[in-house]
Design a protein around this ligand. Structure first.
Ligand SMILES: Cc1cc2nc3c(=O)[nH]c(=O)nc-3n(C[C@H](O)[C@H](O)[C@H](O)COP(=O)(O)OP(=O)(O)OC[C@H]3O[C@@H](n4cnc5c(N)ncnc54)[C@H](O)[C@@H]3O)c2cc1C
Length: 404
């Protein structure tokens, strides 16, 4: 169902869009619900659907003035810096957490209404977003249950007054000028869009495409299931190495663990049922291509959110960052711990030299390259750690090292 808030010469109302017409639910439900927000809060979408079926539409869509989909929302939470392309375009750093800011209802306009550039600024910019309309409220809602609280989705032009947005670290001033956020034309109810559906967001400026992103490109929240199994029967066919299955339908990593332990890292895909993630059924189903309960037992599993983040700086005075605090890679890179050990060796070596007075502080500060000595240490560290990950202790290890 496509739901709208609108006004006519008879006043404001709300309804369902059917083809090119609007069914006036305000009238047809005999004023039982004061507005669209009240209808959603009363969980009366079924009643609305039924009322909208009868007869013809009440107004041609072209003859009503569309209002913001929900003209009177209680809260408008906005999530910023969540698309990699937008972070790049606006010359910002990727942050470990998204930016959260608020909008006030008075900053909104309906579809087809002019958005207003305030005279204080020349830097009024478009920003296409997907609005998520929360229907049922709650507190301490689990991630798996979150989908059940979504009433629907809508387009949102989060018009931004850029210079005011950047006055301080708070974005609010640039996001709340009068009539700068366009909400609509309508919301599509969530029963038509399955949880985790891959959505594509396209923004056009005077007909020209200026923005295209899919929800799969969101930076925050790349979830993977990590599962360890213990083999009950030998399965040499699985492979003695780590294997990346670059299958666009389901990227997966297989890792040969020590003894009879094997690990799979399985990407959570749009369309996966969030309530089923990491259940035994879900895991065995995703592993079916390689293994079944006839051959192995599930040892442990977890859903991780993988990050790729690098600290802006690794040193401030006597404070030095190393390991995941300085740089984090998704586990399938197999570099997290190895790189952390390299950091520790690197730091110990340099700090020792600084303390002995054989390494002037200025050189230390500028040292971005690894000395050959360190590269060989990294090789040694890899050899020390390799047996932990590789069951083939006897197999020769090869490294490709690059001097910089
Ligand atoms: C599923 C998975 C698979 C992985 N597979 C691999 C792999 O195959 N190969 C590989 O090289 N790496 C892998 N990694 C990455 C690897 O585990 C990490 O890179 C490594 O553990 C980072 O070490 P660290 O010491 O820098 O940080 P951590 O191991 O995170 O250690 C930081 C410690 O600080 C503690 N801490 C945090 N805040 C505070 C505080 N305020 N006060 C006191 N203590 C605090 C934490 O509890 C933690 O114990 C994997 C990671 C995951 C999640």
């Amino acid at each position: 169902m496509k739901l709208v808030s609108f006004s006519t010469h008879e006043g404001p109302s709300f309804g369902v869009v059917r083809d090119d017409s609007v069914v006036d639910l305000g009238k047809r439900l005999n004023g039982r619900y004061s507005d669209l927000k009240a209808l959603i809060a009363a969980d009366a979408l079924g009643e609305a659907a039924q009322a909208a079926q009868a007869g013809k539409g009440d107004y041609p869509l072209s003859e009503v003035t569309l209002l913001p989909v929900i003209p009177n929302p209680e809260q408008i939470f906005c999530v910023g810096l969540n698309y990699a392309e937008h972070v790049k375009e606006t010359n910002r750093e990727t942050t470990e957490q998204p930016v959260i800011f608020m909008r006030v209802p008075a900053s909104q306009v309906g579809h087809g209404q002019p958005m207003l550039r305030p005279p204080e600024s020349q830097q009024f910019d478009y920003e296409g977003e997907i609005a998520v309309i929360i229907g049922r409220g709650g507190r301490r809602i689990t991630e798996a249950d979150a989908w059940n609280h979504i009433a629907g989705y809508a387009c949102y032009n989060d018009g931004s007054v850029r210079d005011w947005q950047r006055h301080t670290t708070q974005w609010g001033p640039g996001k709340n000028f009068y009539r700068t956020g366009a909400f609509g034309p309508w919301m599509v109810t969530s029963d038509e869009i399955e949880p985790n559906t891959l959505m594509t967001l396209v923004t056009r400026l005077n007909g020209q495409e200026v923005q295209r992103a899919t929800t799969h490109m969101l930076i925050h929240g790349k979830r993977w299931g990590v599962v360890d199994v213990l083999l009950d029967t030998p399965r040499p066919d699985l492979g003695d190495f780590s294997i990346q299955y670059c299958d666009p339908a389901r990227p997966t990593t297989y890792t040969r663990g020590p003894g009879n332990r094997r690990r799979w890292e399985i990407m959570v895909m749009p369309g996966d049922d969030a309530t089923q993630l990491a259940s035994r059924e879900w895991l065995w189903n995703k592993l079916a291509r390689w293994i079944s309960p006839a051959d192995a037992r599930l040892e442990r599993s977890a859903i991780y959110t993988f990050h790729s983040v690098v600290a802006n700086g690794w040193r401030r005075g006597r404070l030095l960052l190393a390991g995941d605090a300085a740089h984090q890679t998704p586990p399938f890179m197999g570099q997290g711990m190895a790189a952390g050990i390299r950091d520790a060796s690197n730091l110990a070596w340099k700090l020792g030299a600084v303390i002995r007075g054989t390494w002037p502080d200025s050189r230390h500060r500028g040292a971005g390259c690894q000395p050959p000595w360190l590269v060989s240490q990294m090789g040694s560290a890899c050899k020390v750690m390799a047996p932990v990950f590789n069951a083939r202790h006897d197999a020769p290890l090869t490294f490709t090292l690059r001097r910089c």
